[in-house]
Design a protein around this ligand. Sequence first.
Ligand SMILES: [Fe+2]
Length: 461
Amino acid sequence: MQELTKTKTMKRREFLRNAAIVAASGGIPAEMLATPLQTSLQEGSLPADSHPSSGEASLIDSEPVLQNYADTSMGIAFSVTDWANGYVICGEKPDLIDGKKVWSGGYRMTAMDNEVVQVRLTGLKPATLYYYKIGADRIEYKDGYHIRITGNEEKAQVYSFRTAGKEAKAHFCVINDTHASWEVINPTINKVLELQPSCVIWNGDACNTEETIAAQKRIFLKPEIDRRDFAARIPYLFCPGNHDNRGLANRHLERIWMYRQPEERQPRDWDLGRNFAVRMGDVALVGLDTGEDKLDTNPKFCNLFVSEPYRVAQQAWLRDVLRQPEIKKAPFLVAVCHIPLFDPRPKANPGDLYPADTHPDYSSNFAAWQRTCSKLWGPLLDKAGCQLLLTAHQHCYRLDKPGEAHRWTQIVGGGPDMSGEKKERFPTVIEGEVKDGKLVVSIHNVYTGAVQETLTIDKRR
Ligand SMILES: [Fe+2]
């Protein structure tokens, strides 16, 4: 018995250690800003170990994308065309005279890559304005001992972002179900840029079914729209949709959109890299990942998804984050997930008519799915006094007022239809802003360009 206890203790220790390693390898510690930028670089010339540009085609072929809005960290990703050792120079002064250079990747070695550079800035101050620029060394890698820097590309453009936190401006936008349609994404992004929120939540189905990293880059880093710098100054939060799980490349979407910082959650939740609980002024934003919309037992997917335990794990995570002081005390609690937790037309889901665990048909599984998520997370959100749940998925704008089934207001964002042929199927930008002590929510109709609906939400008690 004693031996068993000892083994269990060791296993637990080992698990915690391994979790710590995973956590550490995913991020850069607070001292990431410890290496001062070389003086020569501050003065505008190349540092001693840099090589002149090779003159080849551009190594960096996208604007930077700010990922995973948070109070003390920021993810910055950009696309590259060749093997590159990328970095970000970041500081609080517009001329970056105080700039620190942070390489891609985590501990031990940088994340040299030939597709995407991902840099994590950590140890940042909440609600603080930072300036940054991006660069990369072009790497010729023959083997472990024969490596050369054959060029350096550092963009002159200096961008800025502001971190989240209690003192940040409470102003967000939500976009969803863009499905890689430029016709939709272009006006949607233009609307967001016009509104200039503190952050944007991309509430899933950015993708369709993506089989290659090139296709993913096209969606998240190099969209074919007017403003390719769409996320260079306004940070994004990401709630995946079912389509963001589909396709071979999307099984590793973290190559394009990094997981959130491991230190944001306890070791038990180390694998919940998509969930977020972010305080932005008077608003607490809580993000849940509804996962695949088919049941794990659906034969179409050959046991390749394990959404069920994922949803259960998120219940434990949600229970804990709702008790965190900065979330608990926020006057407004806004939850976000891709698939709605409530559908006023239950009979529209034939799942009620079939044994949902066995029936392979999509729609027959949907109601069972919905009941599961609603049952797992709904009571916790209700108990915490969540006022607003922002969802997507159904490609049809809908406002579900509080009632017996749920005490929050549920908004279902519209889908990627710019034809104007079907009522309520217009794309939306859902904007929330705290004004005079109230959360004002405006639903912008991207098709007409007008505000479709506005609602005002009081502080929670
Ligand atoms: Fe969708």
